[in-house]
Ligand binder design. Structure first.
Ligand code: EPZ
Length: 431
């Protein structure tokens, strides 16, 4: 177990390279199961979640080679269709194995994913999708046992849930449909850039997918898929996290390379609305940010893409905590995703959380304190607050950050922050 020691108040400046997207990599790595030919994927971030996915693929029988950000996977015939609880329990996103396993092997046994701190993580829409294609689903011993002895047959499926579209549910249906007989139409599809990146990867493998990025995706089933090469898109949430850091009081302005302006619109627009400076280069692959002269409070209502991402509201809350005025954050996708607020209050933030909404009243300054990371983006919010706080902050349970941020402490040090990763002997308070 490790913790991060952050000395607050050190000025930030300079340039940092953004890594490949964790949330694009995970389904793309799983999609390697769809062919027995090797696939080569570059710019896969070296984070725990992608490592877990590669371990699972290897334990299923795929051959996996990794050298820095490049991964080569080959999934021969005869790979297992069953992933164990031990393997899957570490990462909810392993649900995205369902689609490729069903397409390739017509059966799979996957543990029902547990919940997590950001809320219940149901899979009813994933099961609706695979049943619509003709599969039978049984729950046995905490596992989903899914079979399609007669193969999968294309149809039209509306994937809208009570909380709107589902990202990994859309991914799973796309991956299940690429080898199904006939045509599948996904209505109410998720439009996230990570879904589009997966569709592009599948089309490079020989799939016939149209409409990715819109609410209606059409997949014409094909006989087989072949190997390909692909570079994962930039991580828009890592980029957004660093943009927020660059707009906080301790920043003299920073530049991020390897971003994609088109994916960042709602994130950039909010920072500009709050009075900060956001300037992209001509082709939108690099962005410079710095704090505004007169920062303004703001409002966030999270929404599916292209709306404001739920994965960015915690990070913005850290900025709002030090912005004069009253800001409001409402998460319509994960209404319980406010674990960071109680920890920010330990640092002196003035936040009231009620019924899926956080009311943040800006304060003059935050003070360093021992705090507890709880989920990936909440942890990032604590790091941002610690950079701006006066004094030292200890962030326990660093493994939450390592799930989705590649070399975060190294990148922050490059920008002038004073952060140290040390063993956490006490491991933070009891769970
Ligand atoms: C993806 O999770 C991301 N993870 C999450 O990022 C992100 O927060 C989320 O999309 C929303 O944008 C990956 O891509 C690996 P959903 P996913 O299915 O696909 C409900 C991070 O920090 N729902 O789009 O699992 C669900 O409860 C992570 O990087 C159902 O009701 O999320 C939620 O309210 C955290 N039934 C809403 O839909 C289902 O079967 C959206 O969830 C599935 C989902």
């Amino acid at each position: 177990m490790e913790k991060l020691i952050v000395e607050g108040g050190y000025r930030l400046s300079g340039t940092v390279n953004i890594s490949g997207s964790k949330n694009a990599s995970l389904p793309i790595l799983a999609a390697a199961l769809l062919t027995d030919e090797p696939v080569r994927i570059t710019r896969v971030p070296d984070v725990s979640d992608t490592n877990y996915m590669l371990q699972i693929l290897s334990q299923l029988g795929a051959s996996v080679e990794r050298y820095s950000g490049t991964v080569r996977i080959a999934s021969p015939d005869g790979i297992s269709s069953s992933a164990s609880y031990e393997q899957v329990r570490k990462m909810r996103a392993s649900i995205c194995l369902l689609g490729p396993m069903m397409a390739r092997m017509k059966r799979c046994t996957l543990p029902l994913p547990g919940g997590c701190v950001i809320g219940d993580r149901p899979v009813d829409l994933h099961l609706r999708a695979i049943q619509a294609l003709g599969a039978r689903v049984r729950v046995k011993g905490g596992n989903m046992v899914i079979e399609a002895p007669n193969g999968l047959v294309g149809t039209t499926v509306d994937m809208r849930g009570d909380s709107g579209p589902t990202v990994l549910g859309t991914d799973n249906l796309m991956m299940a449909a690429v080898l199904a007989r006939g045509t599948t139409v996904i209505e109410s599809a998720a439009r996230e850039p990570e879904v589009v990146d997966l569709a592009n990867f599948l089309n490079k493998m020989g799939a016939r997918i149209e409409g990715a990025g819109s609410r209606t995706i059409t997949i014409h089933g094909v006989e087989r898929l072949h190997g390909c090469e692909h570079t994962v898109i930039p991580d828009r949430i890592e980029a957004g996290t660093f943009m927020v850091a660059g707009c906080m009081g301790m920043s003299d302005g920073i530049t991020l390379n390897r971003v994609c302006r088109e994916h960042m619109k709602s994130i950039s627009d909010l920072l500009v609305e709050c009075g900060h400076v956001v300037e992209y280069n001509e082709d939108g692959t690099s962005v410079s940010v710095k704090p505004g002269e007169r920062p303004r409070s703001g409002k966030i209502l999270t929404n599916p893409y292209p709306g404001y991402p739920t994965d960015m509201q915690a990070q913005m809350t850290a900025l709002f905590a030090l912005t004069p005025g009253i800001s409001v954050v409402k998460d319509t996708i994960f209404p319980q995703r406010f674990m960071h607020c109680s920890e920010l209050k330990r640092m002196g933030a003035n936040i009231k959380v009620d019924n899926g909404t956080a009311i943040i009243t800006g304060v003059e300054g935050l003070s360093g304190a021992p705090v507890m990371a709880s989920d990936l983006r909440a942890s990032a919010a604590l790091v941002l607050a610690a950079l701006a706080a006066e004094g030292t902050t200890e962030i326990h349970r660093l493994y939450h950050i390592d799930r989705g941020y590649e070399l975060l402490d190294d990148k922050l040090e490059l920008l002038g922050a004073r952060v140290r990763r040390v063993p956490d002997l006490e491991g933070g308070l009891v769970e």
